[in-house]
Design a protein around this ligand. Structure first.
Ligand SMILES: Nc1ncnc2c1ncn2[C@@H]1O[C@H](COP(=O)(O)OP(=O)(O)OP(=O)(O)O)[C@@H](O)[C@H]1O
Ligand SMILES: [Mg+2]
Length: 317
């Protein structure tokens, strides 16, 4: 989406958001009205209700779910040992769009995103229930080949992690693993991926140089190039800009915008302006629960829940 005013500016938000009493609800948002009213009727509000483990209904705006899903999450729960970190999460990540995951630190954003490519399998104490599907295929089904599954999913972390090899070899890494030897094919993928990641012009004359010699922002775009070279069905980005300066961040945001349509992206961010600038849909989480999910414009400009509004306008957390 584009042209949203910066939502973290409380003054501007105040002028953007109609008064709560008169704010029109999204006519389609079936569960929103009842969920919101019920929540407000609870003493202490929704956050206390969640903290105390009381029952509540996530608000999922139906207009976020009309598109074909690349990732479907259904009643998903996760425990680290005895501690439950994700509770009954259900929503769909639409194909060809950018979906942002927001929420205060420790609410389970990374845990959730890491479940999509089963990275949490690497943590001994983890147990999951519920379902996740990638393009209709069960991610946690019996007999799923996790290596094959991960080939279908790209992931980029908060801290760039280029491999200690050349820029070229970083980008074509997945093709090498698949045994591609044709130099011409490798060069083509290298160029198109680096172009896709907005890095080609900066590195085209130094492809043999070590990737570790690149700046942080360049390294992050290299990691995105490496991820898209594998043509993933979904690209997971966990706070990809948090270690970058505003210029490098702007480049990555432009890049995410360019990837829209070609790739399906699920991005974790703490930056509300970034979420509003780059994403089509936004999911707001709190203490391991999905609070509200819908089109980004709805969540930022006319959310159904007061708590969502407080969070996106910076009045909370
Ligand atoms: N490997 C682990 N073992 C045990 N508990 C964990 C593990 N990883 C995360 N947790 C716990 O799960 C909860 C969610 O953590 P998670 O890292 O998913 O939050 P987050 O929303 O990504 O936070 P941040 O915004 O700070 O990155 C936290 O309470 C955290 O302490
Ligand atoms: Mg995290």
């Amino acid at each position: 989406m584009s042209d949203l005013n910066p939502p973290t500016d409380p003054e501007r938000m105040k002028t953007q958001l109609p008064a709560r009493a008169t704010r029109p609800r999204n006519a389609d948002a079936k569960p929103a009205a009842s969920g919101a009213e019920k929540t407000r009727a609870r003493p202490g509000g929704l956050f206390e209700c969640i903290a105390e483990g009381r029952q509540f209904e996530s608000v999922v705006h139906p207009d976020a779910g009309h598109d074909e899903a690349v990732v479907e999450i259904v009643d998903f729960r996760l425990w680290y040992g005895e501690t439950q970190a994700l509770h009954d999460i259900s929503f769909s990540v639409p194909k060809g769009k950018v979906t942002a995951l927001i929420g205060p630190s420790g609410c389970g954003k990374s845990t959730l995103i890491r479940c999509v490519n089963r990275m949490n399998d690497l943590v001994d104490s983890v147990r999951v229930e519920g379902q996740m599907k990638l393009n209709g295929d069960a991610i946690y089904g019996k007999g799923v080949d996790v290596i094959e599954l991960r080939k279908r999913i790209g992931m980029v972390f908060q801290k760039p992690n280029p491999f200690p090899m050349s820029i070229f070899e970083n980008v074509v890494y997945s093709l090498r693993i698949d045994g591609v030897r044709d130099r011409h094919a490798l060069e083509e993928v290298c160029e198109s991926s680096l172009r896709g990641a907005g890095l080609w012009d900066e590195v085209k004359d130094r492809l043999k140089d070590s990737a570790l010699a690149l700046s942080g922002g360049q390294q992050q775009r290299l990691c995105i190039a490496r991820a898209i070279a594998a043509e993933p069905e979904v690209l997971l980005l966990d706070e990809p800009c948090s270690a970058l300066d505003p210029i490098a961040t702007g480049r990555i945001e432009d890049l995410i915008d360019d990837l829209k349509g070609l790739y399906s992206v699920l991005i974790v961010t703490h930056n509300m302006q970034q979420a509003s600038r780059v994403s089509d849909n936004t999911a707001f989480m709190y203490l391991g629960r999905l609070v509200e999910y819908g089109p980004t414009e709805t969540l930022f400009l006319s959310p159904s829940l007061r708590e969502t509004e407080d969070y996106v306008t910076g009045r909370f957390g």
